[in-house]
Design a protein around this ligand. Sequence first.
Ligand code: AHR
Length: 663
Amino acid sequence: MLYGLMTEEINHSYDGGLYAELIRNRIFKDDPATPEGWSLVQANAGSKAAIKLMAPTQDNVPYDERRHAINEALTTCLRLTVEEASGRVGVANEGYWGIPVKPATTYQASFYLKGSGSVPPPPPRRGQPAPPAQPVIADNTAGPMTVTIESTDGKTVYASGTINLEKSIFWKKYSLTLTTGATVKPTTDARFVISTDRMGLYYFNLVSLFPPTYHDRPNGNRPDLMTMMVDMKPKFLRFPGGNYLEGPLITDAFPWKTTLGPLESRPGHRGSWGYRASDGMGLLEFLQWCEDIGAEPLLGVYAGYSLGGDHIDAGPLLQPHVEDALHEIEYVMGDATTYWGAKRVADGHPAPFKLRYVEIGNEDWFDRTNSYDGRFNQFRTAIEKKYPQLHCISTIADKQFPAMKVTSGKPPELLDEHYYRSAWDMWQNAAQYDTYDRNGPKIFVGEWATREGTPTTNLNAALGDAAWMLGMERNSDLIVMSCYAPLFVNVNQATATTKRAWQWDSDLIGYDALTSYGSPSYYVQKMFSDYLGDEIVPVTGANIPTHTRPLTRRDSVEGTTQKPTPALFYAATKNQQTGTVYLKIVNPTGNKLPIDINLQGMTKVAPSATMVVLKSAKPEDTNTISNPRNIVPITTTLKRLAPRFSRTLDPYSVTVLQLQNKK
Ligand code: AHR
């Protein structure tokens, strides 16, 4: 279980990321004031048209503009008013930094639509001022509507289709497919447009456009990102956060119940990273994601603390949240005879998911009131009573926050530690677990990263990561699980209409609407997971070179002198069944490093071995969306290997040797 993944809605990880939906603000709730992501399309100046957000939450909205809800979730819509039509008039969606156009690709489009004419305002009430006069617009809406994926200037149409708008005062869902031609050049410089050439009022809601998804799942995920994760062979997926689990306010916690079922019943919610979440990536989608990448879910449940600093005290006020967590667990692993298990079955997943780990909250050491002890115990007691097979994880680690740790009841089985560090900090702390108490709780390093590089990490970060991971591997009797964070980043910069896509540097996997790439840290993760045994092999080192961290301004202020730290890191694991040994070595320096390797415990080593090396000339070298494979691992075969041999490690390199026994 050592290497898994951690995920949350940050940096447009789902909306504008893994979740394949291409329409930004599909239910018009992203901004209560404007239809973010949407614009008016008007081919000729002779037309008279406008778009308006019909949000019931806006003050002073006339009744007629408030009553267009489809249900409790879809309460806000977009109105296109066409007073005069001279040629094409419509609404355009810009997507998440563009709509990705690929050749010979079929997209599934759908939307709710209704047409009408203007409704005369009601007569003024006695004593009330007369409502403002409105233009009388005849209802000429029924008939064909054109749906296109086209260039942002509207000059090139990549795919086109029509629906026939029925004359009706009620909402109706329309669906169609759009297919691009085989010779279309891939681009993100595209938009999605629904247009008409007739006057009237047109109302739009839940506008959706899906490209092909991984395993063709409806409401599914981007194939490229799924494949990158499958390649990492993660053992588990920690979700839904991170901060995203908790939300800014108590009312903003991940609302798993309203993330279930058809998209029509998902209102979305306020996220934790400055944008609204569509909740297209709901609880079942998280679980299916686990299934698709062969990982076990590690479920974080909201435990009554929110990012803004509010908390709910243990006791009766917290009990509804404990019940909520029990229901959530039942949805995940209950069978069809249970209430929530039956809901999962009805949602299309008859088999219970395998669940072993539940994390109570996230980073509760932020809660300065020290309420976690009570909250953790209330959750743990209830969860263990109903599900004795589950392991509850505490988010406060004894070593990191000794004054806040859980002290009541038995010690927690597992503690979640988080580390975001510089490469130097990683090198200086690479051996921190060598001295941890083996009689205490096991450790889950639930978030960690070397934060160097923007938006994705550079090679130096990968060298920091690799040294840190060797410390975890060497101590994996204690460190039972770990996961890097954040996993994803949409790398788009701000445009005239949108903010920068990401909130957090440095991240593992970067993408725009069309393509994706792995950072050097991604490749270290992949190498370490690809080449991993199930037994720790003792390795001793002699004459290990050292290097000293350059003095920082802070050092000068504090009068600190830096001590030399190792300039070579290593660990080995062995597959007990095959006898294969995986020896990993990191050279974080700019020097070539000659080393002697003595495989004392492996006298019958096969003469040829696989060697994988990740390196580059400079520590700040990196991969980008336009140069995605600048730094990738190179695999070669070493020949004529003996139990004792020498090698020279390249500067700034991570090396993995796969050593086999002679047949
Ligand atoms: O990974 C980014 C954030 O860092 C997580 O949301 C939070 O748990 C941590 O503080």
